[in-house]
Each structure stands twice: as C-alpha cells, then as structure tokens.
Write a protein of this length. Structure first.
Length: 260
C-alpha cells in the first residue's frame, strides 16, 4: 500500500474542507512510497521524529505544524531547529502528512467531537464549525472546572485556569476546539461559561471581553484537549487499514502546575 492511499482516504472524509486553501498537506517524502507502519501524533516534535525513525515509521501523520510558522524572516534559532528536523525526516525517507482540517471536524471520531465526549457534554455542532454548545444540570463554575480538569488528567494536564466568578451557576456551556476558541462566536448563543484553549485567546481581547460580559472562562491547554481526538485517529486507521501497523507517538506535551 502506498502512503497516498491513506492520505486519499482521510481527505475523502473532509467534504467541508476548501482543498485550495488547507493546512492538510504533504510536508515531506514521496507519497508513492510503500508503507507498513503509520505513526500518529499531535505534533511531530524532534523527540517524536526520533521515535518514528527508531520504530521504522513509513508515514507520520501530524495534526499540527512540526515546522513552526514558516516565514522568510525567521528567528535564526527557529530556522536552525526547523532545518535540523527537516534533515532528519528527509534522511529517513519518511512521508510526513499534516491532517488538521479534516480531523478537527470529522464527525464522531474527530478532535472536536472527542473533546466534547470526554467532558461528557451533549454538544450539538454543525459539521463545518469548531464551536459547540451544551446544556448541563446546574453546577457552580468551580465544580464544573474540577470536572474539566479531571477529564484532562489522563492526557497530561493537572489543572485548569478559571477567569471569573467561581460561584456562578452553569447551565449553558460554550465549547471550542484547540486554537479555535473564539469567545465572540461562543457568545452568539447565550452561555454561562466558555471552555477555551490557551492558544485560542488573548488576555487583552478575549479575556477582557469575557470579564466585561460576565461570562467565566475555563482555560485548558491546546494539546491536551486535542489528544483524545488524536488517539481516536489511531483506532480509526487501524480499523480502516487492517494491514497496517498504526502507532500513537508521543509529542511530549505534559502540563505541570507548580504552586508558589
């Protein structure tokens, strides 16, 4: 089987993706390469790439961009790190494919729906949207945040941040996915708390807006809230391609809460 067959299968799922402008592209390697082993990760860090090489991975599927933010004027450290990683990948002959726009939104097993599932939220979501809402039994923000932290604990996050009134009551929840945690979009539908990711908000804009609107924010880590969906891709591909050895590779993202 060629790497392109797996890529074609994944891309066929993404009926909502604009294939003229997408993050889902081949980043390295020859897609006609015959493959036996597939590795799946949230982002292909250097440690992850070394692990993939050691395991003999033929196709590495990364959700986020392993080459940071490409630019014609990068910081020299960024350039050196990127080129070192690229050289290691090219030397191995591994195919690296980024699967982001498809897997964020694919129903049931994608990042957005797996995130809602581990939180136990009965969310509704349009297939083309990252934003979801759910109604829950009345609970304080404090206790609801504890529930979110407990759900994330198996994925490496020991705690969550809360901005706003811990004693406020929650009935309506706004939920985003990863960096797509647009508070304005969430508040288009009334909600009592928004669950957002650290990469999806800024303090001077989103946090200030939420404070002024009187809506508490529960802030989680981008990687941790997407890991359940990445785990689900491993099971999905193993089922879709029983002849392939599909492995979950660690990206090394673990969030530690240190109290002063």
């Amino acid at each position: 089987m060629q790497a392109q067959e797996v890529i074609d299968h994944l891309e066929a799922l993404g009926t909502w993706v604009d294939w003229n402008k997408t993050r889902d592209i081949v980043l390295a390697g020859d897609v006609t390469r015959e493959i036996e082993r597939v590795g799946v990760t949230w982002v292909a860090t250097m440690a992850c790439v070394h692990d993939a090489v050691a395991r003999g991975i033929d196709l590495l599927i990364t959700h986020e961009n392993p080459f940071y933010t490409p630019s014609t004027d990068p910081h020299r450290l960024v350039y050196r790190q990127r080129e070192e990683k690229r050289a290691l990948i090219e030397e191995s002959g591994m195919v690296v494919y980024r699967c982001h726009d498809v897997w964020d939104k694919v129903p049931g097993v994608g990042v957005a729906d797996c995130w809602a599932k581990i939180l136990g939220l009965p969310c509704t979501r349009k297939v083309e949207s990252y934003i979801q809402h759910a109604r829950v039994e009345p609970v304080s923000v404090r206790d609801f945040a504890r529930r979110v932290a407990a759900a994330l604990a198996p994925y490496g996050e020991e705690s969550v941040w809360v901005v706003g009134d811990l004693d406020a009551q929650v009935r309506e929840v706004g939920l985003g996915t990863g960096a797509a945690t647009d508070v304005c979009r969430m508040l288009e539908q009334p909600c009592d708390v928004c669950i957002v990711a650290d990469d999806g908000i800024s303090n001077f804009h989103d946090v200030q807006l939420a404070i002024d609107a009187g809506v508490p924010l529960i802030v989680v880590n981008h990687a941790c809230c997407e890991k359940p969906g990445i785990d689900a891709m491993v099971a999905y591909l193993a089922d879709a391609f029983p002849g392939l050895d599909v492995a979950r590779l660690s990206e090394g993202y673990a969030i530690h809460a240190i109290m002063g």
